[in-house]
Design a protein around this ligand. Structure first.
Ligand code: FES
Length: 144
């Protein structure tokens, strides 16, 4: 890597390629406050509080299910442990997929999120999925 004068300057192609790769891979790096379309975290829709949104028997261990009616994804990382997240991708709001191999993927631009914590694993999203509080009553998953 050297310029035409023989110095060790990176080429324009190298710089653009490096910046482009960083923008796609990194979550939570730079770009905040630069008009990226990121959304502020939000609580669960008021209409869903106190309601049974799914049955525990419908949520596979190690997987999960998107409840499209409420834009909520319920996961069960291990037997009897349930998590609820806002299914709206923090990038532009598309609904993420049900988890597969511990990852929820956004079909719109490829962001990926951890099914246990909601943490952003791959951009362009810069923020995690918002986690909602829940409780299990009988066989039902209730948003609180
Ligand atoms: S809406 Fe763009 S990655 Fe999800």
């Amino acid at each position: 890597m050297s310029s035409s004068d023989g110095s060790a300057m990176p080429t324009r192609r190298h710089v653009i390629g490096t910046v482009g790769a960083m923008g796609v891979v990194a979550c939570g790096a730079a770009l905040t406050g630069c008009g990226t379309g990121e959304r502020a975290p939000a609580g669960p829709p008021p209409a869903v509080k106190g309601k049974v949104v799914a049955q525990t028997a419908d949520i596979p261990v190690g997987g999960g299910k998107v409840i499209h009616e409420w834009k909520i994804v319920i996961t069960q990382p291990s037997a009897g442990v349930f998590k609820a997240f806002n299914a709206s991708c923090p990038h532009k709001g598309c609904a993420v997929s049900s988890p597969s191999e511990g990852v929820m993927r956004c079909p719109c631009h490829g962001s990926e999120f951890d099914a246990v914590s909601g943490k952003c694993l791959k951009g362009p999203a810069q923020a995690p999925l918002v986690e909602f509080a829940l409780k299990v009553e009988g066989g039902g998953i209730v948003m609180v």
